[in-house]
Design a protein around this ligand. Structure first.
Ligand code: ADE
Length: 416
């Protein structure tokens, strides 16, 4: 079996962590048990480019149990958990091409290894595998792909608009059981987790600036407030800005927030949200982190140009000493803080996201040849089925509509 990982000897620790995560992913486990019997992906080659974490490992194991042959590369050079990669190879027989800290060339060589196995379905987080398949003209034979995150979905919608998309994509991100939980509660908790592990600073009483009030930004702002921070939100969308105001946050332009913040977290998906001007106005000691998929949200080039010295202070924390004497602290090289400085989202929410991924892979295979090269969302019934399974796993029951109520909702005549 071909693979490329850091150290196969790490597998025992990785296996224990995969099992721990799996114990907190009951919906995915239930789906696995069903697919083990029905084998809906028998012999299907699935190429995945996802963060190599203990949660992703459970998805890979599920797809294999469903009959698929899978290959996995990393969707970020710094998110790979080398012990998990080792366990996937050694204990589960799943080829992994991912080494924590790999350089850009190696990152793409690993994607190349996934494509070399002629996948019929691609799974992406950020869109690099699919984009690479398109760029290198190797989309024939691929019946469809999935996309895990907002950034990738934005990329694929742009490809669809330009008529460049060659196969259907299921935007897993856009399932309600994905973005309402993973993006909000997952990012909310794991971003704070990353900041704490990297800095060990107190959040209470600090001024905490969140750039972007999408589902990720909402979660981060909510949790930062929960820990006692005074939270400022920056936005460009007027509706989201009103929402942030009515959720009780201060809202202002980054230019003004820059002079106030102790912590800054970007979660917009866009470039240079913290630009040179903001960096020039920040207080001595400010801490910067990015929770978006790519390391473009903080203008790192400007930060380097403004600095005369950079040194590592703690793991995943660099001090930039600026020419004017101020010090700014950057977490995890401006790459996604929750996966670089912590372990990503907890399994309890990845359970929902990866249940969607597993269902999306089967949906693509069952509908092969019948979908256009467009961006789709999973049908609402699948979304609701995943939510029902989660409730069941949590031991929570809910009401159902009575016949009278159902009828009432479907009539348009005035009620009595
Ligand atoms: N994205 C965010 N958290 C993650 C995790 N724990 N595993 C895989 N992808 C993730």
């Amino acid at each position: 079996m071909d693979f490329h990982i850091q150290n196969p000897a790490l597998h025992e620790e990785g296996k224990r962590r995969i099992e721990w995560a799996g114990a907190h992913m009951p919906v995915l486990r239930q789906i696995r048990e069903e697919y083990e019997k029905s084998r809906p992906l028998e012999g299907v080659r699935i190429g995945a480019c996802l963060h190599v974490t203990s949660e992703t490992a459970n998805l890979m194991i599920t797809l294999k149990a469903a009959g698929a042959e899978v290959r996995l590369s990393a969707s970020n050079p710094l998110s790979t958990q080398d012990d998990v990669a080792a366990a996937l190879v050694q204990d589960y027989g799943i080829p992994v091409f991912a080494v924590h800290g790999e350089d850009r060339d190696t990152y793409y060589r690993h994607i190349e290894e996934v494509l070399a196995f002629d996948p019929q379905i691609t799974l992406d987080d950020g869109g690099d595998l699919t984009a690479y398949a398109h760029k290198t003209g190797r989309t024939q034979g691929i019946v469809g792909g999935t996309e895990e995150t907002t950034t990738g979905v934005i990329r694929f919608r742009a490809m669809e608009r330009d008529g460049a998309l060659r196969y259907p994509i299921i935007a897993v991100n856009d399932s309600r059981t994905k973005y309402l939980f993973d993006n909000r509660y997952g990012t909310g908790q794991s971003t704070i987790d990353g900041i704490l592990r990297a800095t060990n600073l107190l959040i209470a009483g600090s001024v905490f600036v969140v750039a972007g009030y999408g589902w990720c930004g909402r979660g981060i702002a909510l949790r930062a407030r929960g820990m006692g921070a005074r939270v400022i939100v920056t936005e460009v969308d007027p509706i989201r800005a009103v929402e942030a105001v009515m959720d009780g946050f201060e809202v202002m332009p980054m230019r003004d927030a820059a002079t106030r913040g102790d912590f800054f977290v970007t979660a917009t998906g866009d470039i240079h949200v913290i630009g040179r001007e903001a960096l020039e106005r920040m207080k001595d000691g400010a801490v910067l982190a990015n929770a978006g998929h790519f390391d473009v949200e903080i203008d790192l080039e400007a930060l380097r140009e403004l600095s005369r010295e950079v040194r590592e202070i703690r793991p995943n924390l660099e001090e930039y000493r600026l020419k004017d004497g101020r010090r700014l602290y950057l977490i995890g090289q401006g790459r996604l803080v929750n996966l670089v400085a912590a372990e990503g989202h907890p399994p309890t929410v990845m359970d929902l996201s990866f249940a969607n991924q597993a269902r999306a892979a089967v949906y693509l295979w069952e509908h092969r040849g019948r979908l256009e090269p467009r961006v789709y969302t999973l049908p609402a019934e699948i979304d609701e089925e995943i939510a029902r399974r989660k409730l069941q796993a949590l031991g929570i029951q809910i009401d159902t509509l009575t016949e009278e109520q159902r009828r009432y909702l479907s009539t348009w005549e005035e009620g009595t």
